[in-house]
Design a protein around this ligand. Structure first.
Ligand code: LLP
Length: 423
């Protein structure tokens, strides 16, 4: 469910007409809906009612400070995976104790920052990281509450490149090594091995892999408790999929069914729970709006060339992911047009958003919206082809505001300088 809809034939973000934003801000731009963000956080939180749960929004999905601040204002904590994300969460007023620090390769400096800041939990992914964290914590005179992120050897059944819980994936501690690593953790200073963390992938569209992982986590908690560990925190990661492509009819599990599964498999363990949803909260709360530059006809194809490229929204080029494309002005009557290839201006053949896509007639100057672009959109953008990063706009009700503006050319090159040997 989201708050982008046609009113009088024109796409609106809540109460704001999208063409109005386009004239003000220029294209392309990302546009987020506060009402949708709010609704998604509420629905997810309600699905967990009865559990002692904290929702730690995964900042990697969309790290715009206004977005994080909106969610933090509604009570969300954050899951961060870098020193940068940690600082941005703090800047967005997320209380440090509600921040979980995840990630497969945290540096000593990042761990230092996390402990000095007082984050609630560090999810440790290896023995080496555990040793470093112990040294940093001991040096600071602190005790780090940790969860070991374990690899449950479960295939999330999602896109290959965004699955993380298989034995061959780089994430988490290998299942067979988990008990021994907890014992090592117990022997180290500055470490409180209080939890278990798991995250098996992203855009997961069935409950079965979650169920398989949660059942393994249950076994593990019981085994660790029998071994004398006071396991009282479970971090179940993120990963719940969202509908991207209404034509494909893939319906991801509802938050209610996911919550019921957690309660059924782990609810009786008396643990505090952390959840790290990213996509579920922000994906459908955002669109990317782009303008048609031109239409190019070849003997075999019709290309709709838009002013957004793979540098602005990389998911189709990078993962072969589908993003639904909608005209901002509802279809002109009667004109036969599609299927078309919707492509960007970047000089790579992979800069293609959709092939043989059914669209009604479009002309140069028309606006299109890439739906479900609020997650892993702006955050993954680059300046490839020296294209400025796309601005971000937040809407609430009848109001909108630019929450990250487009950089100027001088800003794009501001960090560059010539070496002394070039005149
Ligand atoms: N927690 C951890 C430890 C993660 O690695 C991730 C995502 C999340 C939570 C949030 O997962 P979500 O609820 O958003 O599925 N760029 C890719 C997605 C990469 C996800 C990485 N980790 C894409 O555009 O599909």
């Amino acid at each position: 469910m989201h708050h982008f809809s046609y009113r009088g034939g024109v796409l609106h973000a809540e109460g704001v007409a999208v063409p109005g934003i386009a004239s003000d801000v220029g294209t392309p731009f990302y546009c987020y809906s506060t009402a949708t963000l709010t609704r998604h956080l509420r629905v997810f939180t309600e699905a967990l009612a009865g559990l002692d749960a904290t929702v730690c929004y995964a900042v990697k999905a969309n790290s715009n400070i206004a977005v994080i601040r909106t969610l933090a204002g509604l009570g969300a904590g954050c899951d961060v995976v870098s020193g940068g994300e940690l600082q941005i969460a703090l800047k967005a007023h997320v209380p440090p104790e509600k921040i979980v620090f995840s990630g497969v390769g945290k540096t000593e400096a990042e761990l230092h920052l996390a402990l000095a800041t007082g984050v609630g939990q560090v999810n440790v992914e290896s023995e080496a990281e555990l040793q470093t964290l112990s040294a940093v914590a001991t040096g600071l005179g602190k005790t780090a509450r940790i969860a070991l992120r374990v690899n449950p050897e479960v295939d999330a059944g999602s896109l290959d490149k965004i699955s993380t819980g298989r034995k061959e994936d780089k994430f988490g501690v290998e299942w067979s090594q988990v008990p021994a690593l907890y014992r090592k953790a117990r022997a180290l200073t500055g470490i409180d091995p209080a939890g278990v963390a798991v995250h098996i992938g992203s855009q997961i569209t069935s409950l079965a892999p979650f169920e398989a992982a949660f059942r393994r986590i249950r076994e593990l908690v019981l085994m660790l408790r029998a071994d004398g560990f006071d396991i009282r925190h479970l971090d179940l990661g993120g990963g719940l999929g969202v509908p991207y492509d209404h034509a494909s009819k893939i319906a991801p599990p509802s938050p209610e069914d996911y919550g019921a599964l957690v309660k059924r498999t782990l609810g009786d363990l008396g643990c505090k729970f952390t959840f790290e949803p990213g996509r579920l909260i922000v994906a459908n709360a955002g669109i990317m709006v782009s303008r048609v530059v031109s239409i190019k006809e070849s003997t075999t194809r019709r290309f709709v060339i838009v002013d957004a490229g793979m540098n602005d929204l990389v998911r189709p080029a990078m993962y072969g992911a589908r993003q639904e494309i909608s005209p901002v002005n509802e279809a002109r009557a009667g004109a036969a047009f599609g299927p078309v290839d919707v492509v960007g201006p970047v000089c790579e053949s992979t800069d293609c958003f959709a092939k043989a896509y059914p669209l009604a007639e479009l002309r140069a100057g028309d606006l299109v919206a890439f739906m479900t672009a609020g997650a892993y959109g702006a955050v993954m953008a680059s300046s490839y082809n020296t294209r400025p990063l796309v601005p971000e706009v937040l809407v609430t009700g009848e109001q909108f505001a630019v929450v990250r503006r487009r950089p100027t050319f001088s800003e794009i090159v501001a960090l560059e300088q010539l070496p002394p040997w070039i005149e």
